[in-house]
Design a protein. Sequence first.
Length: 136
Amino acid sequence: MNLKKSWRIVVALGSTAILALGTAQVAKFYLLSGAYFWIVYLSFGLYLFVFLLPWLNLILPYRRNFHSKSMFLFNMSTGTLLLWIIVLSIAPNIIYLDEAGVTSIPANVSLKLITIGLLIIYYILSVILMILAKHI
């Protein structure tokens, strides 16, 4: 098997795993807990783009030419990754189970910290790839 091909597979699998972990953690804190799921209903599902937009970063290493539309989408997806890092960093270590904030369970703090670390690494690599793509 070609080294370049195997490297692309490793990057794709690693990126997918990091994004899946990040999506799960952000959804646990800001979609499934408390009254946040009402935002999805009242915004007709537009709030779900916050959870789906970073998945566009999976295309970034495999693009050859970049137009202004694709660079705008990649800037948005990378910015949403930064939003994920910020909201996970400031989120309390409690997951609320109801809209009133009465019933709660403790969050897995170590998994939250690992997710934040992996998302920071992925964010930095995405920014570096975007800078390289702009100059190429």
